[in-house]
Ligand binder design. Structure first.
Ligand code: ACO
Length: 156
C-alpha cells in the first residue's frame, strides 16, 4: 500500500491570531489534528480518533497572512494505531522557500461506529529513511511509557 504524505496549504487568517499578533498555538494544533486525521483515515479507510499528541515544539512564530504548509505521513503502524509525523512550515508571500515551524508525532486509532478499535493495514518501511522514521516512532513509544509512568499519580 502506498504511503503518500498528505499536504495541506492555506493562508493563516486574521481569525488565527493570538494575543501577541501572530498565529495562535491552538490554531496550529488544530491544523496538526486535521492533517493527521486526513492521513489516518486515508491509510486505515476508517474513521479514526486521536489518542496521543506528543512533544509539540513551536520553533518560531507563524505570522498572519503567511502561506502555511502542513505535511502528515504515517511512520509506524501497530495493530490499531497509526503514528503520524507532522511538519508545519510557513513562508511569507515574497519568500520562495518554506521554513519549518513545528514538528510532532500524533497517534490515531481506527474505530468502528461504536468507538471500538479496528485493525489497520500494516505499513512496511522500505527505504533507509523510512526505516529510520519507524525506529524513531518506536523509540518515542518507549520514552512515552516512561513519561506516562511519571504522570500516572497526577492523572487521577
Ligand atoms: C478525549 C478526547 O476527546 S481527545 C479527542 C478525540 N479522541 C478521542 O475521543 C479518543 C478517546 N479514546 C478512546 O476512545 C480510546 O482510547 C480508544 C477507543 C481509541 C482505544 O481504546 P482501547 O481499545 O482501550 O485502547 P488500547 O489501550 O487497546 O490502545 C489502542 C491503541 O492505542 C495505542 N495507544 C494507547 N495509548 C497510547 C499513547 N499514550 N501513545 C501512543 N499510542 C497509544 C495503543 O498502543 C494501541 O495501539 P495498537 O493497537 O496499535 O497496539
Amino acid at each position: 500500500m502506498q504511503n503518500k504524505p498528505i499536504t495541506f496549504q492555506f493562508i493563516s487568517e486574521p481569525s488565527d491570531v493570538n494575543y501577541g499578533g501572530n498565529v495562535h498555538g491552538g490554531s496550529v494544533m488544530k491544523w496538526i489534528d486535521q492533517a493527521g486525521y486526513a492521513c489516518a483515515t486515508t491509510w486505515s479507510g476508517n474513521y479514526s480518533v486521536t489518542v496521543y499528541v506528543g512533544g509539540i515544539r513551536f520553533y518560531e512564530p507563524i505570522k498572519i497572512g503567511e502561506i502555511v504548509q502542513v505535511e502528515a505521513q504515517v511512520i509506524y503502524t501497530g495493530s490499531s494505531s497509526m503514528h503520524i509525523a507532522i511538519n508545519v512550515f510557513s513562508r511569507n508571500l515574497k519568500q520562495p522557500v518554506f521554513d519549518k515551524k513545528t514538528h510532532c508525532i500524533i497517534v490515531f486509532v481506527a474505530v468502528d461506529e461504536n468507538g471500538k478499535k479496528l485493525p489497520v493495514p500494516k505499513w512496511i518501511p522500505e527505504t533507509e529513511e523510512e526505516k529510520q522514521q519507524e525506529k524513531y516512532a518506536k523509540r518515542l513509544m518507549d520514552l512515552r511509557t516512561q513519561i506516562e509512568d511519571e504522570m500516572k499519580p497526577f492523572i487521577k
